[in-house]
Write a protein that binds this ligand. Structure first.
Ligand SMILES: [Zn+2]
Length: 127
């Protein structure tokens, strides 16, 4: 979270990470590619926390993504983590290959280029 709060875009502008939630800025809409936002929902007097696509929040006609309850997101994370731990050899070798690819493809002098490539490969690994 500290690393993400210090990240800048290609123009040197902060990416706006200010939340204290570990899922902030890493949940991406499969429909339109926008980031999901954490929302406090009050429905029929019941409070819940959900994650919604930023595009859909602004205009429901543009994106058909679904709303995700935070408990489901947390469970999906735990399931994925457990799967990675159970198959750590496979994931570690995949990670090593990704690191090698990132280092070889990017200019080693450009920390920004490596970070961008690492983010891309990390997303592929998550997918
Ligand atoms: Zn969307």
């Amino acid at each position: 979270m500290a690393r993400r709060s210090s990240e800048r875009d290609k123009n040197g502008i902060r990416r706006g990470f200010s939340a204290n939630n570990p899922f902030s800025q890493i949940i991406t809409c499969e429909c339109c590619g926008a980031q999901y936002r954490r929302i406090h929902w009050y429905n029929h007097g019941k409070k819940s926390i959900v994650w919604r696509c930023k595009t859909r929040m602004e205009d429901k006609t543009v994106c058909n993504s679904r709303t995700i309850h935070e408990e489901l997101l947390q469970q999906a994370f735990v399931d994925a983590l457990n799967e990675m731990i159970e198959n750590s050899d496979g994931y570690l070798s995949h990670l090593k290959e990704n690191l090698k690819t990132a280092i070889n493809l990017c200019n080693p002098q450009s920390a920004e280029a490596i970070t961008a490539r690492m983010n891309q490969l990390q997303q592929e690994l998550i997918d």
